[in-house]
Ligand binder design. Sequence first.
Ligand SMILES: [Cu+2]
Length: 332
Amino acid sequence: MNTATKLSGFALGLAVLFGATYGVGRVADPVAPPAEAPHEATGGHGNDGGSGHGGDNGATAHLPGGLLVSDRGYTLRPVDAPAGQFAFQVTGPDGRAVTAYDVAHDKRMHLIVARRDLSGFRHVHPEMAPDGTWRVDSPLAGPGVWRAFADFTPTGGEPLTLGVDVTVPGALTGRPLPAPATSTTVDGYTVTLTGAPQPGRTAELTLTVSRGGAPVTDLEPYLGAYGHLVALRQGDLAYLHVHPNGEPGDGRTRPGPEVSFSAEVPSAGAYRLYLDFKHGGVVRTAEFTVVAGSPTAPGVPATTGAPTAGTPAATSSPSADAGHGVPGHGHD
Ligand SMILES: [Cu+2]
């Protein structure tokens, strides 16, 4: 295994990703459980109910969602749009724009965007024209290289998340990933996180919403849930869309203050979590940086979650870790 392929598993950055998108999946395999059953092995990044909304199951079970611009015959294609608008099509196996989509979580199309540095997250819902062109007021809020994720289910097909890079010209400002934290605030709401994601196995993450020191117990359903959680992996923006345990109206799920999720991440390393929740008629997003894997060696997955014998990455000489420890490798 060459150095570039090994490094890609450590979420080092863009230069590696662009050269080795497929390599990410292959490297991740020894970390995640072997895909003995493609529809079960890694398809359930929190989708205990089997909704498969994340597009991370099926034929590409090995690969987290959002890394591919084209998968299973479907391709995400941005199209020219007036200033201030973002537009795209999804073409199908026949090469034509897809016009038939299943509704998932109240919508036929979920468009998530984030800058490559994990800032600027937005989750919006475009409208489709009869020709299959989706349009939305542009969520790309400033210069940078953005990743746009289209999360959808073509009628008759599997759930998919395709991703494409979109550059907004202008002066770039580097934004370091915020430090890991278990509490954050947004618009006067405090959201705390308990639990930590683990590579290759399911972990419960609970987000608790309060305002002014008082628990919020009247969260409003948003897209059929009290919360939507998206996780993006630092370095390649591998995409995980996780739905909460339970849903409004099921007789056991309360509208806050806690929203819990079962999530599984594909590798150790840093992730940015984005929780969308609705209260007072407004959807807000609470963001967290979390590190999956060994707390003593964040971002160095070789020693965690990789019991699989004889994987090339794991059998690298101990000095390999030192070699990875170049300045800027870490995220803390
Ligand atoms: Cu959505």
